[in-house]
Design a protein around this ligand. Structure first.
Ligand code: BG6
Ligand code: MG
Length: 228
């Protein structure tokens, strides 16, 4: 196997490694149901990757709902309680198809692995799904000042890996996450819908749709396309 241009892969968590992106949506939707306003999975695309607080601001903008500061605080608490109810039921079966094979392949090829998530629940998710031991570095929402689309979480992961951004590939399912990766000078693979993630250097629908060795070939060809 040729030596690749990248030394590390940095993964977003929710929606890339585990199916929690859907649980975030369902939690917000329980709240909007109570408000008696419509909030669809398509609307949710623009919340993905944002911090809890920024997600609520975006939700209020989308739905036109208005809250007092006290109601806002209460809504953030409720949303997290709803989300954590889903988390308590999580098991390794919630790891998305193809993910473990990909992580194994990268490790076997001496690529270092990190998680960079805006979520303050990221460590619990990794623990429940038994993914923690795969990663050399984990940066979560409790450790950053600015959430995606700011690149801080990815830059912090790269610094802890002791590498430069151009030596890593970021995997993201959110538009805000792709923007964060590009703003930080990373090569970015979008995982999901091409129309939403079009700014990424490479887009895959999910890890089940591509074998680890084919993904490796695609990743190795990326360096020439990436403008730093
Ligand atoms: C991100 C999700 O990983 O974490 C967002 O993509 C979520 O949808 C954000 O809002 C914050 O998560 P938490 O668990 O701290 O509310
Ligand atoms: Mg995500």
């Amino acid at each position: 196997m040729n030596k690749p241009f990248f030394q590390a892969c940095i993964f977003d968590l929710d929606g890339v490694l585990v199916n929690t992106a859907h649980y975030h949506f369902l939690s917000w939707q329980q709240i909007t149901n109570r408000w008696k306003v419509t909030f669809t999975e398509q609307d949710n695309e623009s919340l993905k990757g944002l911090s809890r607080e920024d997600s609520l601001s975006r939700l209020l903008h989308i739905t036109g709902k208005q809250l007092t500061p006290a109601e806002r605080e209460q809504t953030l608490i409720e949303k997290n309680e709803l989300f954590r109810q889903y988390l308590t039921q999580m098991t390794p079966d919630d790891v998305l198809p193809g993910v473990t094979a990909c992580l194994r392949f990268l490790k076997e090829n001496h690529i270092r692995l990190a998680v960079a998530s805006s979520s303050k629940n990221a460590r619990m998710v990794l623990q429940k799904t038994e993914l923690t031991p795969w990663f050399d570095v984990i940066v979560d929402g409790t450790e950053i000042e600015k959430a995606k689309p700011d690149p801080e979480v990815f830059l912090k992961a790269a610094a802890r890996l002791n590498i430069q951004p151009h030596q890593a590939i970021v995997f993201e399912d959110a538009k805000a996450g792709v923007e964060a990766a590009l703003a930080g000078g990373f090569c970015c693979v979008g995982v999901g819908q091409a129309d939403i993630l079009q700014q990424a250097h490479l887009i895959i629908p999910d890890f089940a749709s591509i074998s680890p060795s084919d993904l490796w070939i695609s990743l190795s060809g990326l360096s020439a396309d990436v403008k730093y």
